[in-house]
Design a protein around this ligand. Structure first.
Ligand SMILES: *[C@@H]1O[C@H](CO)[C@@H](O)[C@H](O)[C@H]1NC(C)=O
Ligand SMILES: *[C@@H]1O[C@H](CO)[C@@H](O)[C@H](O)[C@H]1NC(C)=O
Ligand SMILES: *[C@@H]1O[C@H](CO)[C@@H](O)[C@H](O)[C@H]1NC(C)=O
Ligand SMILES: *[C@@H]1O[C@H](CO)[C@@H](O)[C@H](O)[C@H]1NC(C)=O
Ligand SMILES: *[C@H]1O[C@H](CO)[C@@H](O)[C@H](O)[C@H]1NC(C)=O
Ligand SMILES: CC(=O)N[C@H]1CO[C@H](CO)[C@@H](O)[C@@H]1O
Ligand SMILES: [Zn+2]
Length: 751
């Protein structure tokens, strides 16, 4: 559901001067020219992006962003600039400041006050960050801590006879204790090993998580999935892909376990490992067997059953003990049953020594993130490739990497500081007004949509009204505005000075434990796993919730004192987009409380499908210029949900704004002043211009062509021009002639 949008630099003086933000809103005071500093700088930024030589009725995105494109080049080391990625850069600078300022020196704001407990919390995040930034120490430590973890595997977690790994790790007494060989004991040993590994966040053979299911969203439930494979299932059939993967596993075993070979003068010293190929084969062959399991006819995810029942399906694991030790429960939903049924057979085809290698590979795959770039980069690079990205991996700058680490591990603590320095209750209040306005407009428009029959309309309205909105930050477990709540939330996560590897490992184990502890508990509807500083917005189909973190309620989407037509073109559009997701080709299958439920009559559902097809055909026709100037088509099926949401979002945001403006044309309540230097544009036009400019994104052709296959969002140009061309409001605002490119006779519309 991640959306993609705009840029512009937030003031970084935020750590010092935050009280200013708490001033009450000045009276809108009539609709003259807006001369506030925010207005002046917004106007300047808007003008600087536009290319007025272009006819807005021919190519609106180019009209709104043309000059931006002319002066902007994707910097080296990046795949794109502009849009939300630029806001992320600004946010990360703020987080970086927070991470590197003495906690005592950060004053905080009245709106979101900080206290001694907050500062104590922050020390934890700062320890993590500092341990990451100490690159020379991490380099000097090298792979040692990972090798220690592998020793742990070999000597304690899963000792085996004839270990292939033991001879590679100095200091291990071989042979290790000989394990007895009876069937029952095998099962005990395997169960114990899996329990230990899961606690460390390593998940070979079984992958487990806790979440709510669509048939009963109020309850958190444990799910057991099949162990992850290194590449997607279909690639195990693809000889070339499999060969690349096998080589990667072999190279990584060599990197992590090899010994330095002799090096000729002037040559780089490289590692060698005689049995690397054999080790790689154990891993890849096992995964290939897993990938071959026929999943057709698998009963799927809604399979809550007792641990006893699970023993019948897969007797290789002692499920009652396993579930109790990991998640303190005696039931779980066993997804991928076909896999579980096949596992005992598959295990028979693997020796214990082979299984140990497979576990080692998973340990490497998870804990490498605590090592130096020498180990991290080749693993990250391959992970990017495995996601289907070809040739676009870019190693982040070290400091960005470390900000990301601290954000991932202790994001909510940083979030409290982010709220305090970059956000204000006034912004929260104004933002909420926009959200409410768009939602009320939605209600009115649902009343008007003539293709909905009455029964479906009633249900749609019921669903809309049941949407639970969370604004700016999580209110419960943790309450990000409360230092005490955060201290409790992170209590069991310990961070140590100079121990980057250990910090990452503890954070991972803590996350897993936190997740698993929710099994059997009610769903926390006010709590968000996403942090307030995230530059993103979400629609969770279940439990029918939308979340707008403080990070998206920022310039250039939103500024509390700016004219409303700008804010509705920015944040309002995003709000409309997220609400529409609940009614798009996926969201429409979920009911008001997030259960999967058919609330459509057949006739209306058929009309929905016809209307959706209009988008698919329309977007299929869009092309972009790819590498070597080749023209590539957008995939209208892949992007359907996002397109429906872009279109609905644009319409609802515009109607919400224009209704408010019409109710207050003199500007006594709402600020709709004009912008200096942009007086020749109407408010309506500026709404669309600003909307488009949140999507002035420049990508490399290579990145763009990758994303065309992978991203559910259309490229920015298609997003803007597609939705604008479908909008009669747009055509009116720019007086586009009938059948102009941006005003086709045939328009697609659902919401
Ligand atoms: C997979 O199982 C389904 C249902 O049991 C069966 O129809 C199908 O032929 C199987 N596919 C293969 C490749 O064995
Ligand atoms: C186990 O190995 C045998 C012999 O190579 C093979 O025929 C069988 O299909 C394998 N079983 C599984 C579940 O992979
Ligand atoms: C609606 O369509 C479904 C499947 O397409 C069908 O099973 C059902 O009987 C139809 N209901 C009505 C009222 O026509
Ligand atoms: C478009 O995306 C859909 C859904 O992901 C996929 O099934 C289809 O193969 C894609 N079409 C093309 C031409 O790539
Ligand atoms: C829908 O998405 C496709 C592909 O991303 C895009 O080309 C198209 O313009 C979008 N359609 C609309 C109406 O937004
Ligand atoms: C490009 C630009 O600056 N656009 C403006 C769009 O509207 C937002 C919200 O008011 C402003 O912050 C931006 O400056
Ligand atoms: Zn979206």
């Amino acid at each position: 559901m991640k959306l993609t949008a705009p840029f512009l630099v937030l003031s970084l003086g935020v750590l010092a001067a935050s009280t200013q933000r708490d001033r009450p809103l000045p009276n809108a005071g009539g609709n003259g020219l807006c001369r506030s500093q925010d207005c002046v700088s917004s106007a300047k930024a808007i003008i600087q992006n536009m290319n007025t030589a272009i006819d807005p009725c021919k190519d609106f995105h180019e009209f709104a962003c043309g000059s931006y494109f002319k002066r902007t080049k994707v910097p080296k080391g990046k795949n794109k600039v502009g849009g939300l990625s630029a806001v992320e850069i600004t946010t990360n600078k703020i987080i970086h400041r927070i991470l590197t300022t003495d906690p005592k020196k950060i004053k905080g704001s009245k709106g979101y006050p900080l206290n001694d407990v907050s500062r104590k919390n922050l020390e934890k995040a700062q320890l993590d960050f500092a341990s990451c930034m100490d690159e020379s120490r991490i380099n000097a430590i090298g792979r040692r801590p990972l090798l220690n973890d592998l020793k742990q595997l070999i000597t304690k977690t899963f000792p085996v006879r004839n270990s292939l790994l033991a001879p590679l790790l100095p200091g291990i007494k071989t042979p290790v204790e000989t394990p007895p060989a009876s069937q029952a004991t095998d099962r005990d040993r395997l169960t114990s090993a899996l329990i230990q590994l899961i606690k460390d966040g390593v998940e070979p053979l079984v992958d487990m998580t806790v979440t709510y299911k669509s048939t009963n969203p109020a309850l958190q439930q444990l799910y057991i999935f099949q162990g992850r494979t290194g590449i997607a299932r279909r690639y195990y059939e693809d000889k070339k892909a499999l060969k690349t993967y096998r080589k990667h596993v072999k190279d990584m075993f060599t990197l992590f376990l090899g010994t330095s070979g002799s090096s000729k003068p002037g040559k780089k010293r490289t590692r060698t490992l005689k049995n690397a190929k054999q080790l790689a084969n154990y891993v890849v062959d096992h995964e290939s067997r897993v990938a071959k399991i026929n999943m057709t006819g698998d009963p799927g995810e809604n399979n809550l059953m007792t641990a006893q029942k699970m023993n019948e399906i897969n007797p290789a694991i002692d499920w009652p003990r396993f579930l109790q030790a990991t998640a303190k429960t005696d039931k779980a939903s066993m997804a991928s049953q076909n896999y579980q049924k096949a596992l005992p057979e598959i295990l028979k085809n693997t020796t214990d020594a082979g299984l140990q290698v497979y576990f080692a590979w998973h340990i490497i795959n998870v804990h490498y993130s605590g090592l130096s770039a020498k180990y991290r980069v080749p693993m990250d690079k391959f992970a990017s490739l495995a996601r289907g990205e070809v040739g676009i991996y870019k190693q982040p700058k070290h400091v960005d990497h470390c900000v990301g680490v601290a954000n991932r591990n202790l994001g909510a603590i940083l979030g409290q500081f982010y709220l305090s320095v970059a956000f204000s209750p006034e912004m929260e209040k104004k933002g909420r007004e926009i959200i409410d306005a768009v939602q009320s407009t939605y209600r009115i428009e649902l009343g008007k949509a003539d293709w909905l029959d009455e029964a479906t309309r009633k249900n749609a309205i019921k669903k809309l009204e049941a949407i639970d909105e969370v604004v700016a930050y999580s209110r419960f477990d943790p309450n990000v505005a409360s230092a005490q709540s955060l201290a409790t939330y992170y209590r069991t996560l310990k961070m140590r000075k100079n121990d980057f590897y250990g910090n990452q490992k503890r954070a991972r184990a803590w996350r897993k434990a936190k997740k698993l502890a929710k099994a059997g508990k009610p769903t926390n509807r006010r709590g968000m796993e996403d942090d307030p500083q995230e530059v993103n917005a979400l629609n969770l189909f279940y439990p029918n919730q939308i979340f707008f973190p403080a990070g998206i309620m920022q310039k250039p989407m939103f500024a509390a004192h700016n004219p409303e037509y700008l804010n509705f073109g920015g944040l309002g559009h995003i709000v409309g987009h997220e609400i529409t997701h609940g009614f798009d080709n996926n969201g429409r299958f979920f009911g008001p409380d997030g259960k999967i439920e058919n609330w459509w009559t057949n006739a209306t559902a058929t009309r929905f499908e016809e209307k959706a097809k209009c988008y698919v055909d329309q977007y299929n026709k869009f092309t972009i210029v790819g590498p070597e100037r080749k023209s590539l088509h957008v995939n209208g099926t892949l992007t359907l949900g996002e397109n429906i949401s872009d279109n609905g979002g644009l319409k609802m945001a515009f109607k919400a704004w224009s209704t408010r403006f019409a109710s207050d044309p003199k500007g006594l309540r709402y600020n709709n002043k004009l912008l200096p230097g942009l007086q020749k544009y109407s408010r309506e036009q500026l709404f669309f211009i600003n909307l488009s400019q949140t999507l002035c994104v420049e990508d490399t052709p290579k990145y763009l062509s990758n994303m065309l296959r992978l991203d559910e969002h259309s490229p920015a140009r298609a997003r803007v021009n597609g939705a604008a061309a479908n909008s009669p409001d747009f055509a009116r605002a720019f007086k586009c002639k009938r059948n102009a490119k941006m005003n086709p006779a045939k328009k697609c519309e659902i919401w």
